[in-house]
Write a new protein. Structure first.
Ligand code: NAP
Length: 295
């Protein structure tokens, strides 16, 4: 049976890949801090080269989905050395180990590699990252290319869903705030394509099955502002949208610079997999069903 190792199996995407992959593959996962439930879990810190090589040589996966990263964009800005160590050196360790054992590598990058100065970004557009997190991701994209490893890089955006060890994402955070009747201010001037983690996981598995290679944009199909997204969330979950008020990025004082509008074109991944990524309404509906089953 084909074996897949998910690095970062405790994360939002990693945990969903573990769950959805187990239908067809022998799944193994890694964690770096708290051990999650389930079998085939291995402790691994991607910054420790020997550890990475020893686990890949022991598990011998056909495919490694590397979802491990420091994903907090502001934290990366204030802790650049740590961000580089995990997001670049860690990725390089995984890529070199994949090359050594002949495994395919699936790597996750971000829509933030673009500056948002044009409409509709395809894989052919030139990146220009505006924050440190995005720089680490772009350098890692180049590292994979330069090493000649057999890779898929998927650039994604604003992941939401139910997964990981209780860490909040934009959607679960909004639901919690509105459930508690708290007032929140959300920016109207940051636009991206929110991506349902299960849909991303399904598409990554489909890319692997198709033996795809290279760079793909894999995001949800709707590009909308965080404010519009928050309103759609309140609608979908029957919560009070009047608790949400609009604000702007300058008022928010975020540490890292964010591009104003990055809309991603996903034609390439649609062509290769035959799957059209979900829009926000469908993603939220699927998430709601998942939450109802959990309760
Ligand atoms: N979330 C988004 O909106 C978004 C947008 C664009 C791209 N992406 C990319 O998509 C991927 C998945 O994102 P996500 O939101 O699912 O991530 P996440 O929930 O923040 O999880 C990150 C994972 O990385 C692991 N990790 C962190 N440091 C590590 C280290 N030194 N060694 C090994 N593992 C380490 C964590 O394991 P422990 O908890 O055990 O430490 C965790 O499993 C990432 O590459 C991210 O950059 C995410």
């Amino acid at each position: 049976m084909t074996r897949i190792l998910v690095i970062g199996a405790t994360g939002l995407l990693g945990s969903r890949l573990m769950e959805l992959g187990k239908e067809s593959y022998e799944m193994h996962g890694t964690y770096s801090r708290d051990k999650p439930k389930g079998s085939n879990m291995h402790r691994m810190d991607v910054t420790k080269r020997d550890e990475v090589f020893s686990i890949l040589e022991k598990v011998k996966p056909d495919c490694v989905a590397d979802t491990a990263a420091i994903t907090d964009v502001d934290y990366c800005e204030t802790h650049p050395e740590e961000a580089w160590l995990v997001n670049v050196d860690g990725t390089k360790n995984v890529a070199e180990a994949c090359k050594r054992i002949g495994a395919k590598m699936v790597f996750l990058s971000t829509d933030y590699v673009f500056d948002g100065k044009k409409l509709d970004y395809s894989e052919k557009d030139k990146p220009r990252p505006m924050n440190y997190y995005a720089k680490t991701k772009l350098v890692s994209e180049h590292v994979l290319e330069a090493l000649g490893v057999n890779y898929i890089t998927a650039r994604t955006a604003v992941l939401y869903g139910l997964g990981g060890l209780g860490k909040k994402n934009f959607v679960t955070w909004i639901i919690e705030k509105l459930d508690n009747k708290e007032k929140i201010r959300i920016v109207t001037d940051q636009h991206n394509n929110p991506t349902y983690s299960d849909n991303l996981a399904e598409i990554l598995l489909a890319l692997y099955r198709k033996d795809a290679k290279g760079l793909f944009h894999v995001t949800g199909s709707d590009c909308l502002s965080r404010y519009e997204f928050a309103l759609r969330i309140s609608d979908a979950f029957g919560l009070d949208g009047k608790l949400i008020s609009p604000t702007t990025t300058p008022e928010l004082n975020q540490i890292a610079v964010r591009p104003e509008k990055v809309s991603m074109v996903t034609n390439k991944v649609e062509r290769v997999t035959g799957i059209k990524p979900m829009g926000v309404d469908e993603g939220l509906r699927r998430l709601k069903e998942q939450l109802e089953v959990k309760e």
